[in-house]
Design a protein around this ligand. Structure first.
Ligand code: GLU
Length: 450
């Protein structure tokens, strides 16, 4: 890290003690910004970096609800409205027991740069709760969402802050949240949330967007070396929304996904993952990948608790798409991938590589696409949903998907150009951080000290 940024980083650590994921996200961005602030000293003179690290507003609230047994449960809700220089705060809600303020801040910080990279008018924010939707009845999830929104509604709005889904928050949760917002405010404000159902203000291709966008970005990286996905063998971790649609697009483009995973373990399928069966198990039955292995028969093998990335040590893997959760790839996993001859890694999840893993990738010859750039298709299509809501329009799947593909090409181009400008062609980490930062920083400068 450059000398001029070190004291700012130390102050971030001091003021946000114990928030390790947040420290990691800030540290990774700072690693890229040294030369940017050297070339543009006014960013330092105007304290742009310090201002960027401090969220504009952080909201923490109690979420009481009653479970099916009649017992009162208490969760904690968060919304971090991080930066609104480019547009209303925009970013998802994560419902997962491990969520803390530090998790939400790391995700919100990443979201600022990701959203800037899309070129669209959206600021950065994130929220969530330590509520666990797993194992809860629909009625319990509804009561929780209604209680969560009863506090959140006063902080959000089409022009203020537009939440969406993330881990643990899908169409069911967005439906309950929107319903309660509509009831409390007595207005049908479609643009207040994205990820809505297509029949009531949602965008076509939004469910597919993060996964598809991840694969579109991967294609662009491979094309730089004259390669494509046809005939490749691919690992896709996680089996949530991002993973399922990444698998679908890889298969459409002629690749084969040979393994996937969830928090219980890995399923390796020598015939390639059967996506219809996986969707039935995960989305309809809300089951685990072990159920997939059981129902699939002989070609599939379930390995409890093992790392999907270690498969690269025993079988050919060309592309790795981490689509599960932060820090899912450690140094040993990264080495297994690189030593196994992987061509490209593209981060569908947010911050899935530990700093040590990132170091391994950056010191190798593999193509590496960082989350901010790779998974920005989801939030970009949320911005397209906002456009449709504002104009009371509803676009076709083909039109929306073609816009998503063009946005991903634009993000790839911005990253590649910034990396070249700073003397490291092909370094997408540097390119994404620099291009995202510059767009936000310039807007902040224009708006004065606020
Ligand atoms: N949670 C997604 C992300 O990490 C999407 C956010 C949105 O659509 O607003 O970017």
């Amino acid at each position: 890290m450059s000398e001029s940024l070190q004291p700012i980083y130390e102050e971030v650590l001091r003021r946000n003690a114990g928030e390790l994921e947040f420290h990691q996200a800030v540290g990774e961005v700072f690693e890229s910004l040294g030369r940017v602030v050297e070339r543009n000293p006014h960013y330092l003179d105007e304290s742009i970096v310090e201002r960027l690290c401090e969220p504009e507003r952080q909201i923490i609230f109690r979420v009481p609800w009653v479970d099916d047994a009649g017992v009162v449960q208490i969760n904690r809700g968060f919304r971090v409205q991080y930066n609104s220089a480019l547009g209303p705060y925009k970013g998802g809600l994560r419902f997962q027991p491990s969520v803390t303020l530090g998790t939400v801040k790391f995700l919100g910080f990443e979201q600022i740069f990701k959203n800037a990279l899309t070129g669209l008018p959206i600021g950065g924010g994130k929220g969530g709760s330590d509520f666990d939707p797993k194992g809860k009845s629909d009625a319990e999830v509804m009561r929780f969402c209604q209680s969560f929104m009863t506090e959140l509604y006063r902080h959000i709005g089409e022009y203020r802050d537009v939440p969406a889904g993330d881990v643990g928050v899908g169409p069911r949760e967005i439906g309950y949240l929107f319903g309660q917002y509509k009831r409390i405010t007595n207005q049908y404000e479609s643009g207040v949330l994205t990820g809505k159902g297509v029949g009531w203000g949602g965008s076509r291709a939004r469910p597919e967007a993060t996964g598809y966008g991840t694969v579109f970005f991967t294609e662009r990286m491979l094309a730089e070396r004259g390669q494509d996905l046809d005939g490749t063998r691919v690992l896709v971790s996680g089996s949530g929304n991002v993973a399922l649609y990444a698998i679908e697009k890889v298969h459409q483009l002629g690749g084969t996904v040979i393994a996937t995973s969830d928090s219980s373990g890995v399923v390796y399928d020598s015939d390639g993952i059967d996506l219809d069966l996986l969707c039935e198990v995960k989305e309809v039955d809300r089951g685990r990948v072990s159920d997939y292995a059981e129902r699939r028969g002989r070609s599939a093998e379930f390995r409890a608790g093992s790392s999907i990335w270690q498969l690269a040590a025993s079988t050919r893997v060309d592309v790795a798409l981490p689509c599960a959760i932060q820090n899912e790839i450690d140094e040993a996993d990264a080495r297994a991938l690189v030593d196994g001859g992987v061509l490209a890694i593209a981060e569908g999840a947010n911050m899935p590589s530990t700093p040590e893993a990132l170091h391994v990738f950056q010191n190798s010859n593999v193509l590496f696409g960082p989350a901010k750039a790779v998974n920005a298709g989801g939030v970009a299509t949320s911005a397209l949903e906002m456009q449709q809501n504002a104009s009371r329009d509803s676009w076709s799947f083909e039109l929306t998907e073609s816009k998503l593909e063009a946005i991903m090409a634009g993000i790839h181009e911005r990253c590649a150009r910034a990396a070249e400008e700073y003397g490291e062609p092909g370094n997408y980490v540097l390119g994404a951080n620099v291009a995202g930062f510059t767009r936000v920083a310039d807007a902040m400068l224009a708006m004065g000290v606020i």
